[in-house]
Design a protein. Structure first.
Length: 531
């Protein structure tokens, strides 16, 4: 393992391992969760992680993508750095993050990039014939210092950028720079080069930006890799981590991992998250000498959703289960309200990146000719990017816009977002498997020029009024739009004078909704199992 570990504000330890799997450990070393990132990589990735102001984890793979993962182990977003954003990946580096949440990172093709807190691309700059193999360092005046090396490692540059993307200065040191710059208290920049020399250069005079949540490699000059503490403690009760959930129409099964030989665990099931009474379906489970166990359960005919937890006394695992949606001909606005954790490196001969179209419509869905030409459209902030299923027995995708050349391994459907799916042939099922979100924070920026359009969903598959199941609280001027497939049109619910004008919007399991607003919003969607 060549990636460096980092610790979050509550003490949780994060690191990447084989197969681009991100692990989280409690401070006592107990496994908290792991997540296979949507990457094709099976080797050990060299990229280290950085921590955002709200405790999220940002990391890149060696090929082309940057990821943000929520503290509970679910994927927040994927930012693709294919053309025109370079095409290079992230080598032995880690991103830096400023106080506004903006992310800065270099690629092995010589680009330095800015990425917004939501994963959107900002600016990028290219230095021909050079590559980036070091982490930038951020000064208090917003200057970004970055080392570059030539492809043959015979030359190197130290560059200074303003955070608007303009190049402030460049200094050729005549030797490759693979190390990350350090900013001293007097604002000078120290970097080592491959010719064995240590260089100290005058910068703008500004010291390291200690107000930024992650201003340099491993956070600070001491390389502690420790995000500022928020007073929270990451204490685990010892419940096994559940993963590999799969439903084949007759039964649901999942794996679990925890302390070796740990015993007396019980499994509870529920067919409706709105109910509080979970039924016990297995007792006395003991993990083997490696800390692993396996559970399978026959599912009754007609059950459209079922969820499971592993519990003992007051200690309960994450919830895992499946949702079986029915897609009718026409246009539907749907949401995947689970997140997959499939250890596909070890189980599938073809590794399918989780929460991407290839996995969502491949692992548990029998797609035949009836689903050919189904189109999925995803909102990019100003318009839709679309992919079409051009395959027969297995989905094969053809895309347009940002999705051009997509293989179904590049496009994510994560909890909290929704997509359109249009289809003119037969009714067919879509099965989503995975874990349920414990908590997700939504942030909508105020918009003064025109209302912003946001394609959203609840983060767990629970039916109910929108304010009850999402945590969203309306403000005057908001409009919620819920798609009704039967009439292929939106139902519109404006919020005016502190009340809904057409009744409170109601969401079914798997429904997406659209929020159109000029208001700034922050809300938290929280859910906990209670067997």
């Amino acid at each position: 393992m060549t990636a460096n570990a980092a610790a979050g504000p509550d003490g949780t330890i994060y690191f990447l391992s084989q197969g681009c799997r991100l692990y989280a450990l409690y401070p006592d070393g107990q496994l908290r969760w792991f997540l296979p990132l949507p990457s094709n990589i099976i080797e050990i990735p060299p990229s280290s992680v950085a921590i955002t102001p709200d405790g999220k984890i940002v990391v890149g793979d060696p090929y082309r993508s940057l990821y943000e993962v929520n503290p509970d182990g679910s994927l927040a977003w994927v930012s693709d750095f294919s053309a025109p954003y370079g095409g290079g990946g992230f080598d032995t580096i880690q991103p830096v993050i400023d106080s506004a949440g903006e992310i800065y990172v270099g690629t092995v093709d010589g680009e330095v990039n800015s990425v917004g807190p939501d994963g959107s691309h900002g600016w990028y700059d290219t230095t021909p014939n050079f590559l980036v193999r070091s982490t930038p360092a951020l000064a208090a005046d917003g200057t970004l210092y970055l080392g570059l090396s030539s492809y043959d490692n015979t030359d190197g540059l130290i560059c200074a950028y303003r955070t608007n993307g303009s190049l402030l200065a460049s200094n050729d040191l005549g030797a490759a720079i693979l190390s990350s710059p350090v900013i001293l208290p007097d604002g000078s920049i120290v970097v080592t080069a491959e010719n064995g020399n240590v260089y100290c250069l005058w910068g703008t005079g500004a010291p390291l930006d200690t107000n930024a949540p992650w201003p340099m490699f491993q956070h600070d000059q001491a390389h502690t890799g420790q995000a500022p503490t928020n007073g929270a403690s990451a204490g685990g009760c010892g419940a096994p981590f559940v993963f590999n959930g799969d439903y084949n129409g007759g039964h649901f099964y999942f794996s679990m991992t925890g302390k070796p030989a740990d015993s007396n665990w019980n499994v509870y099931a529920s067919t409706n998250l709105a109910q509080t009474n979970w039924s016990q379906v297995a007792t006395g489970i003991t993990l083997d000498g490696m800390g692993n166990a396996y559970f399978t359960n026959d599912v009754a005919d007609g059950v459209e959703e079922e969820f499971y937890v592993v519990s003992r006394s007051n200690c309960t695992s994450k919830a895992i289960g499946f949702v079986n949606l029915t897609v009718n001909p026409g246009l539907s606005l749907i949401a995947n309200q689970t997140y997959q954790v499939d250890d596909g490196i070890l189980i599938h001969s073809d590794f399918l990146p989780m929460n991407t179209l290839a996995a969502l419509f491949g692992i548990s869905n029998s797609w035949g000719s009836a689903q050919s030409l189904a189109i999925i459209s995803k909102w990019n902030g100003t318009g839709f990017d679309s992919v079409t299923n051009v395959g027969l027995s297995f989905p094969s995708w053809s895309g347009s816009g940002l999705f051009a050349g997509a293989r179904g391994e590049d496009i994510t459907m994560v909890p909290g977002t929704s997509v359109f799916i249009s289809h003119t042939n037969d009714t067919f099922p879509i099965i989503f498997n995975g874990l349920l979100r414990e908590e997700q924070v939504f942030q909508i920026q105020a918009s003064t020029n025109r209302p912003s359009t946001n394609f959203l969903s609840a983060t767990v598959p629970e039916a109910g009024y929108i304010t009850n199941i999402t945590g969203y609280r309306p403000l005057n001027g908001d409009t919620i739009m819920v798609w009704t497939n039967a009439v292929s049109a939106y139902g519109s619910y404006p919020f005016v004078s502190n009340m809904w004008t057409n009744g409170t919007p109601y969401l079914h399991v798997g429904d997406g909704f659209v929020l159109v607003t000029t208001n700034a919003h922050t809300w938290t969607n929280t859910w906990q199992p209670s067997p």
